[in-house]
Design a protein around this ligand. Structure first.
Ligand SMILES: Cc1ncc(COP(=O)(O)O)c(C=O)c1O
Length: 390
Protein backbone atom coordinates (compact mmCIF):
# COMPACT_ATOMS: atom_id res chain seq x y z
CA UNK A 1 0.00 0.00 0.00
CA UNK A 2 1.28 3.48 -0.88
CA UNK A 3 2.29 5.47 2.18
CA UNK A 4 0.50 8.82 2.47
CA UNK A 5 2.79 11.80 2.41
CA UNK A 6 1.89 14.19 5.22
CA UNK A 7 2.18 17.97 4.83
CA UNK A 8 4.29 18.15 7.98
CA UNK A 9 6.49 15.51 9.60
CA UNK A 10 8.49 16.09 12.78
CA UNK A 11 12.12 15.09 12.76
CA UNK A 12 12.63 13.46 16.14
CA UNK A 13 15.66 11.18 16.32
CA UNK A 14 17.55 9.27 19.02
CA UNK A 15 19.45 12.49 19.80
CA UNK A 16 16.22 14.15 20.95
CA UNK A 17 15.24 11.11 23.00
CA UNK A 18 18.69 11.13 24.67
CA UNK A 19 18.26 14.79 25.64
CA UNK A 20 14.82 14.16 27.09
CA UNK A 21 16.05 11.15 29.00
CA UNK A 22 18.88 13.26 30.47
CA UNK A 23 16.36 15.94 31.49
CA UNK A 24 14.24 13.32 33.28
CA UNK A 25 17.34 11.96 35.01
CA UNK A 26 18.14 15.42 36.38
CA UNK A 27 14.76 15.21 38.07
CA UNK A 28 13.82 18.90 37.79
CA UNK A 29 10.87 18.86 35.42
CA UNK A 30 9.68 22.47 35.55
CA UNK A 31 11.38 25.64 34.33
CA UNK A 32 15.07 25.28 35.07
CA UNK A 33 18.64 25.11 33.84
CA UNK A 34 17.67 23.58 30.48
CA UNK A 35 15.26 26.44 29.89
CA UNK A 36 18.15 28.85 30.35
CA UNK A 37 20.42 26.75 28.14
CA UNK A 38 17.82 26.77 25.36
CA UNK A 39 17.46 30.55 25.64
CA UNK A 40 21.24 30.96 25.52
CA UNK A 41 21.50 28.72 22.48
CA UNK A 42 18.77 30.66 20.67
CA UNK A 43 20.64 33.92 21.40
CA UNK A 44 23.92 32.46 20.15
CA UNK A 45 22.26 31.05 17.05
CA UNK A 46 20.70 34.40 16.18
CA UNK A 47 24.17 35.88 16.51
CA UNK A 48 23.89 39.03 18.59
CA UNK A 49 24.94 38.71 22.23
CA UNK A 50 23.18 41.96 23.17
CA UNK A 51 19.74 40.45 22.46
CA UNK A 52 17.82 38.74 25.26
CA UNK A 53 15.66 35.65 24.84
CA UNK A 54 12.67 34.71 27.02
CA UNK A 55 11.33 31.20 26.40
CA UNK A 56 7.62 30.50 26.90
CA UNK A 57 5.18 27.65 26.39
CA UNK A 58 3.76 28.67 22.96
CA UNK A 59 4.22 31.22 20.20
CA UNK A 60 0.79 32.58 21.05
CA UNK A 61 1.80 33.35 24.63
CA UNK A 62 5.02 34.90 23.27
CA UNK A 63 2.86 37.28 21.23
CA UNK A 64 0.55 38.00 24.17
CA UNK A 65 3.25 39.05 26.61
CA UNK A 66 5.31 40.75 23.88
CA UNK A 67 2.31 43.03 23.33
CA UNK A 68 2.08 43.76 27.06
CA UNK A 69 5.82 44.38 27.34
CA UNK A 70 5.61 46.71 24.34
CA UNK A 71 3.08 48.82 26.25
CA UNK A 72 -0.09 47.78 24.40
CA UNK A 73 -2.99 48.60 26.71
CA UNK A 74 -6.79 48.14 26.67
CA UNK A 75 -8.38 50.05 23.81
CA UNK A 76 -5.19 50.34 21.74
CA UNK A 77 -5.15 49.17 18.15
CA UNK A 78 -2.60 46.81 16.63
CA UNK A 79 -2.19 46.46 12.86
CA UNK A 80 -1.74 42.88 11.66
CA UNK A 81 -2.23 41.06 8.36
CA UNK A 82 -5.47 39.16 7.97
CA UNK A 83 -3.55 36.58 5.91
CA UNK A 84 -2.17 34.95 9.04
CA UNK A 85 -2.82 32.37 11.71
CA UNK A 86 -5.47 33.56 14.17
CA UNK A 87 -3.00 33.37 17.08
CA UNK A 88 -1.89 36.96 16.49
CA UNK A 89 -5.43 38.33 16.58
CA UNK A 90 -6.35 36.34 19.67
CA UNK A 91 -3.16 37.50 21.40
CA UNK A 92 -4.12 41.12 20.65
CA UNK A 93 -7.55 40.51 22.15
CA UNK A 94 -5.93 38.83 25.17
CA UNK A 95 -4.13 42.14 25.71
CA UNK A 96 -7.61 43.80 25.54
CA UNK A 97 -6.55 45.65 22.42
CA UNK A 98 -8.17 45.59 18.99
CA UNK A 99 -6.73 43.96 15.86
CA UNK A 100 -6.91 46.14 12.76
CA UNK A 101 -6.46 43.98 9.70
CA UNK A 102 -4.30 44.85 6.75
CA UNK A 103 -3.96 43.46 3.25
CA UNK A 104 -0.76 41.86 1.92
CA UNK A 105 1.49 42.36 -1.08
CA UNK A 106 1.12 40.12 -4.07
CA UNK A 107 4.85 39.24 -4.24
CA UNK A 108 6.08 38.18 -0.77
CA UNK A 109 2.60 37.80 0.80
CA UNK A 110 3.76 40.03 3.66
CA UNK A 111 1.98 43.13 4.97
CA UNK A 112 1.31 45.96 2.50
CA UNK A 113 2.97 48.91 4.20
CA UNK A 114 1.08 51.56 2.21
CA UNK A 115 -2.25 50.05 3.16
CA UNK A 116 -1.02 49.76 6.77
CA UNK A 117 -0.20 53.48 6.81
CA UNK A 118 -3.74 54.31 5.74
CA UNK A 119 -5.04 52.33 8.76
CA UNK A 120 -3.08 54.24 11.39
CA UNK A 121 -5.25 56.08 13.90
CA UNK A 122 -4.65 57.88 17.20
CA UNK A 123 -5.14 54.55 18.92
CA UNK A 124 -2.57 52.60 16.89
CA UNK A 125 0.16 51.38 19.20
CA UNK A 126 1.93 48.56 17.39
CA UNK A 127 2.23 46.62 14.17
CA UNK A 128 2.81 42.87 13.79
CA UNK A 129 4.37 41.97 10.45
CA UNK A 130 4.48 38.27 9.52
CA UNK A 131 7.31 36.66 7.55
CA UNK A 132 5.01 34.22 5.78
CA UNK A 133 6.42 30.75 5.06
CA UNK A 134 9.87 31.93 6.20
CA UNK A 135 10.15 34.47 3.37
CA UNK A 136 10.86 38.02 4.63
CA UNK A 137 8.15 40.65 4.39
CA UNK A 138 9.03 44.28 3.63
CA UNK A 139 10.74 44.59 6.99
CA UNK A 140 12.54 47.85 6.15
CA UNK A 141 9.22 49.40 5.08
CA UNK A 142 7.57 48.30 8.33
CA UNK A 143 10.34 49.84 10.45
CA UNK A 144 10.18 53.10 8.44
CA UNK A 145 6.45 53.29 9.08
CA UNK A 146 6.91 52.50 12.78
CA UNK A 147 9.54 55.21 13.10
CA UNK A 148 7.34 57.78 11.34
CA UNK A 149 4.34 57.16 13.64
CA UNK A 150 6.09 56.04 16.85
CA UNK A 151 4.75 52.47 16.72
CA UNK A 152 6.19 49.37 18.34
CA UNK A 153 7.05 46.50 15.99
CA UNK A 154 6.45 42.94 17.15
CA UNK A 155 7.70 40.66 14.41
CA UNK A 156 5.82 37.41 13.96
CA UNK A 157 8.79 35.30 12.91
CA UNK A 158 7.05 32.02 13.81
CA UNK A 159 7.74 30.74 10.29
CA UNK A 160 11.20 32.24 9.97
CA UNK A 161 13.58 30.83 12.56
CA UNK A 162 16.96 31.08 10.80
CA UNK A 163 15.88 33.30 7.89
CA UNK A 164 18.37 36.08 7.12
CA UNK A 165 17.86 39.54 5.67
CA UNK A 166 21.05 41.08 4.26
CA UNK A 167 23.10 38.46 6.08
CA UNK A 168 21.52 39.06 9.51
CA UNK A 169 19.12 36.60 11.12
CA UNK A 170 15.60 37.83 11.77
CA UNK A 171 15.32 38.47 15.51
CA UNK A 172 19.00 39.41 15.92
CA UNK A 173 18.11 43.09 15.49
CA UNK A 174 15.05 45.31 15.44
CA UNK A 175 12.33 45.82 18.04
CA UNK A 176 10.60 42.77 19.56
CA UNK A 177 10.63 39.45 17.72
CA UNK A 178 8.63 36.30 18.46
CA UNK A 179 9.17 32.67 17.43
CA UNK A 180 7.14 29.47 17.75
CA UNK A 181 8.50 25.98 18.38
CA UNK A 182 5.17 24.21 17.98
CA UNK A 183 4.85 20.61 16.72
CA UNK A 184 5.17 21.42 13.01
CA UNK A 185 7.80 24.16 13.07
CA UNK A 186 11.34 23.62 11.73
CA UNK A 187 12.64 23.74 15.27
CA UNK A 188 10.11 22.11 17.56
CA UNK A 189 10.05 21.70 21.32
CA UNK A 190 6.62 20.00 20.94
CA UNK A 191 5.07 23.31 21.98
CA UNK A 192 7.00 26.42 22.80
CA UNK A 193 7.97 29.89 21.77
CA UNK A 194 10.18 32.79 22.66
CA UNK A 195 10.44 36.55 22.65
CA UNK A 196 13.64 38.35 21.67
CA UNK A 197 14.32 41.96 22.64
CA UNK A 198 17.24 44.28 23.37
CA UNK A 199 15.64 45.96 26.37
CA UNK A 200 16.61 44.68 29.82
CA UNK A 201 13.56 46.32 31.34
CA UNK A 202 11.33 44.44 28.91
CA UNK A 203 13.09 41.18 29.75
CA UNK A 204 12.32 41.69 33.43
CA UNK A 205 8.68 42.40 32.61
CA UNK A 206 8.45 39.44 30.24
CA UNK A 207 9.88 37.11 32.87
CA UNK A 208 7.27 38.27 35.37
CA UNK A 209 4.45 37.99 32.86
CA UNK A 210 5.46 34.43 32.04
CA UNK A 211 5.47 33.36 35.70
CA UNK A 212 2.37 34.69 37.48
CA UNK A 213 3.88 38.08 38.22
CA UNK A 214 6.33 36.60 40.74
CA UNK A 215 9.39 38.79 41.28
CA UNK A 216 12.22 36.32 41.69
CA UNK A 217 11.35 33.08 39.92
CA UNK A 218 13.79 33.26 37.08
CA UNK A 219 17.26 33.43 38.62
CA UNK A 220 16.64 30.62 41.11
CA UNK A 221 14.77 28.41 38.69
CA UNK A 222 17.62 28.71 36.21
CA UNK A 223 19.61 26.86 38.88
CA UNK A 224 16.87 24.26 39.35
CA UNK A 225 15.83 25.87 42.64
CA UNK A 226 12.72 27.54 44.02
CA UNK A 227 12.20 30.73 46.01
CA UNK A 228 10.14 30.34 49.21
CA UNK A 229 9.99 34.05 50.00
CA UNK A 230 8.71 35.90 47.01
CA UNK A 231 6.50 38.80 46.15
CA UNK A 232 3.93 39.12 43.38
CA UNK A 233 4.55 42.47 41.80
CA UNK A 234 2.19 42.55 38.81
CA UNK A 235 -0.07 40.63 36.49
CA UNK A 236 1.20 37.34 35.24
CA UNK A 237 0.37 34.12 33.47
CA UNK A 238 1.54 30.54 33.60
CA UNK A 239 3.50 30.69 30.34
CA UNK A 240 6.94 29.40 31.31
CA UNK A 241 8.84 26.73 29.35
CA UNK A 242 9.74 23.59 31.31
CA UNK A 243 13.10 21.81 31.45
CA UNK A 244 11.73 18.74 29.66
CA UNK A 245 10.36 20.81 26.80
CA UNK A 246 13.53 22.91 26.63
CA UNK A 247 15.66 19.76 26.38
CA UNK A 248 13.78 18.87 23.19
CA UNK A 249 14.39 22.37 21.85
CA UNK A 250 18.11 22.07 22.67
CA UNK A 251 18.38 18.81 20.73
CA UNK A 252 16.65 20.41 17.75
CA UNK A 253 18.57 23.67 17.65
CA UNK A 254 21.81 21.68 17.49
CA UNK A 255 20.59 20.32 14.14
CA UNK A 256 18.61 23.23 12.82
CA UNK A 257 21.12 24.23 10.11
CA UNK A 258 20.92 20.71 8.69
CA UNK A 259 17.10 20.86 8.80
CA UNK A 260 17.09 24.21 7.00
CA UNK A 261 19.55 23.03 4.32
CA UNK A 262 17.52 19.95 3.48
CA UNK A 263 14.32 22.00 3.28
CA UNK A 264 15.98 24.55 1.00
CA UNK A 265 16.94 21.69 -1.33
CA UNK A 266 13.39 20.41 -1.52
CA UNK A 267 12.02 23.91 -2.13
CA UNK A 268 14.53 24.43 -4.93
CA UNK A 269 13.57 21.10 -6.47
CA UNK A 270 9.88 22.05 -6.32
CA UNK A 271 10.53 25.47 -7.83
CA UNK A 272 12.70 23.97 -10.59
CA UNK A 273 9.87 21.63 -11.52
CA UNK A 274 6.94 24.03 -11.19
CA UNK A 275 8.46 27.38 -12.22
CA UNK A 276 7.64 26.90 -15.88
CA UNK A 277 4.13 25.57 -15.47
CA UNK A 278 1.75 28.27 -16.62
CA UNK A 279 -1.01 27.41 -14.18
CA UNK A 280 1.28 27.79 -11.15
CA UNK A 281 3.06 30.65 -9.42
CA UNK A 282 6.02 29.59 -7.31
CA UNK A 283 7.26 31.48 -4.22
CA UNK A 284 9.27 34.62 -4.99
CA UNK A 285 12.52 33.29 -3.50
CA UNK A 286 15.60 31.30 -4.47
CA UNK A 287 15.73 30.14 -0.82
CA UNK A 288 19.28 31.42 -0.21
CA UNK A 289 19.33 32.61 3.41
CA UNK A 290 15.73 31.49 3.84
CA UNK A 291 14.56 28.99 6.38
CA UNK A 292 11.48 27.58 4.65
CA UNK A 293 8.73 26.53 7.04
CA UNK A 294 6.26 25.62 4.31
CA UNK A 295 6.35 25.52 0.52
CA UNK A 296 3.26 27.48 -0.46
CA UNK A 297 2.64 28.02 -4.14
CA UNK A 298 -0.30 29.52 -6.00
CA UNK A 299 -2.58 27.53 -8.28
CA UNK A 300 -4.08 29.82 -10.90
CA UNK A 301 -7.20 29.74 -13.09
CA UNK A 302 -9.44 28.09 -10.50
CA UNK A 303 -7.64 24.74 -10.74
CA UNK A 304 -6.70 24.36 -7.08
CA UNK A 305 -9.51 22.06 -5.98
CA UNK A 306 -8.93 19.72 -8.93
CA UNK A 307 -5.20 19.61 -8.15
CA UNK A 308 -5.95 18.83 -4.49
CA UNK A 309 -8.22 15.95 -5.58
CA UNK A 310 -5.56 14.66 -7.97
CA UNK A 311 -2.84 14.74 -5.29
CA UNK A 312 -5.20 13.12 -2.79
CA UNK A 313 -5.71 10.23 -5.22
CA UNK A 314 -1.92 9.82 -5.21
CA UNK A 315 -1.83 9.79 -1.39
CA UNK A 316 -0.22 13.24 -1.21
CA UNK A 317 -1.62 15.48 1.54
CA UNK A 318 -1.67 19.25 1.08
CA UNK A 319 -2.57 22.22 3.25
CA UNK A 320 -4.05 25.69 2.89
CA UNK A 321 -2.38 28.57 4.71
CA UNK A 322 -4.50 30.41 5.67
CA UNK A 323 -8.21 31.14 5.93
CA UNK A 324 -7.84 34.93 6.32
CA UNK A 325 -8.84 36.07 9.78
CA UNK A 326 -11.36 38.67 8.59
CA UNK A 327 -13.42 35.71 7.30
CA UNK A 328 -13.79 34.21 10.78
CA UNK A 329 -17.06 35.17 12.45
CA UNK A 330 -15.38 36.26 15.69
CA UNK A 331 -13.26 38.83 13.82
CA UNK A 332 -15.64 39.82 11.03
CA UNK A 333 -16.33 43.26 12.51
CA UNK A 334 -12.71 44.36 12.89
CA UNK A 335 -11.62 47.54 11.17
CA UNK A 336 -9.62 46.66 8.07
CA UNK A 337 -8.10 47.79 4.79
CA UNK A 338 -9.41 46.60 1.47
CA UNK A 339 -8.51 42.93 1.15
CA UNK A 340 -8.25 42.62 -2.61
CA UNK A 341 -4.89 40.80 -2.62
CA UNK A 342 -5.70 38.63 0.40
CA UNK A 343 -9.08 37.63 -1.06
CA UNK A 344 -7.43 36.62 -4.34
CA UNK A 345 -4.43 34.86 -2.80
CA UNK A 346 -6.49 32.69 -0.44
CA UNK A 347 -8.27 31.13 -3.39
CA UNK A 348 -4.93 30.12 -4.88
CA UNK A 349 -2.52 29.14 -2.10
CA UNK A 350 -1.60 25.51 -1.67
CA UNK A 351 0.94 24.09 0.77
CA UNK A 352 2.85 21.05 -0.48
CA UNK A 353 4.56 18.55 1.83
CA UNK A 354 7.87 19.80 3.20
CA UNK A 355 9.83 17.99 5.91
CA UNK A 356 13.31 18.24 7.38
CA UNK A 357 15.40 15.46 5.82
CA UNK A 358 12.43 14.64 3.56
CA UNK A 359 12.61 11.27 1.85
CA UNK A 360 13.68 11.76 -1.81
CA UNK A 361 10.96 9.28 -2.75
CA UNK A 362 8.35 11.63 -1.24
CA UNK A 363 9.75 14.58 -3.21
CA UNK A 364 9.59 12.52 -6.40
CA UNK A 365 5.96 11.60 -5.82
CA UNK A 366 4.94 15.21 -5.12
CA UNK A 367 6.81 16.54 -8.16
CA UNK A 368 5.46 13.86 -10.49
CA UNK A 369 1.97 14.32 -9.10
CA UNK A 370 1.90 18.07 -9.73
CA UNK A 371 3.69 17.85 -13.10
CA UNK A 372 1.38 15.03 -14.18
CA UNK A 373 -1.71 17.09 -13.36
CA UNK A 374 -0.50 19.94 -15.58
CA UNK A 375 0.87 17.55 -18.26
CA UNK A 376 4.23 19.31 -17.96
CA UNK A 377 7.33 18.21 -19.85
CA UNK A 378 8.49 15.08 -17.92
CA UNK A 379 12.07 16.30 -18.36
CA UNK A 380 11.30 19.12 -15.89
CA UNK A 381 10.26 16.64 -13.23
CA UNK A 382 13.24 14.40 -13.94
CA UNK A 383 15.78 17.22 -13.62
CA UNK A 384 14.16 18.64 -10.51
CA UNK A 385 14.10 15.40 -8.56
CA UNK A 386 17.75 14.85 -9.45
CA UNK A 387 18.40 17.86 -7.18
CA UNK A 388 17.33 15.82 -4.17
CA UNK A 389 18.92 12.60 -5.34
CA UNK A 390 15.66 10.73 -6.01
C1 LIG B 1 1.93 32.88 11.73
C2 LIG B 1 1.76 32.27 13.08
N1 LIG B 1 1.67 33.06 14.15
C3 LIG B 1 1.52 32.56 15.39
C4 LIG B 1 1.46 31.19 15.61
C5 LIG B 1 1.26 30.69 16.99
O1 LIG B 1 2.28 29.86 17.45
P1 LIG B 1 1.96 28.66 18.46
O2 LIG B 1 1.28 27.58 17.71
O3 LIG B 1 3.33 28.22 18.95
O4 LIG B 1 1.15 29.21 19.56
C6 LIG B 1 1.56 30.33 14.52
C7 LIG B 1 1.49 28.87 14.70
O5 LIG B 1 1.27 28.11 13.80
C8 LIG B 1 1.70 30.87 13.22
O6 LIG B 1 1.77 30.10 12.13
Amino acid sequence: MTKRIPVFAPHIGPDTLAHVSEAFDVGWLGMGAFTKEFEDRIGTYLGDASRHVVAVNTGTSALHIALLAAGVRPGDEVIVPSFNYVADHQAIRMAHAEPVMCDIRDDNLGIDVDKAEALISERTKAIIPLHFAGIPCDQAGVYRLAEKYGLRVIEDAMHAFGTEIDGRKIGSYGDICTFSFDPVKILTSIDGGCIVTSSEEEVENLRRYRFLGVDKETSLRYKNKRAWDYDVVGDGFRYHMTNIIASIGISQIKRVDEFIRTRQNVCRAYSAAFGQIEGLRIPAADFAGISPFIYSLRVLNGQREALIAHLDSLAVDVGIHFIPVHKHSHFADCRRSDMSVTDQVVQEVLTLPLHSNMQPEFVRRVVEGVCGFFKADPELARRSIELVGA
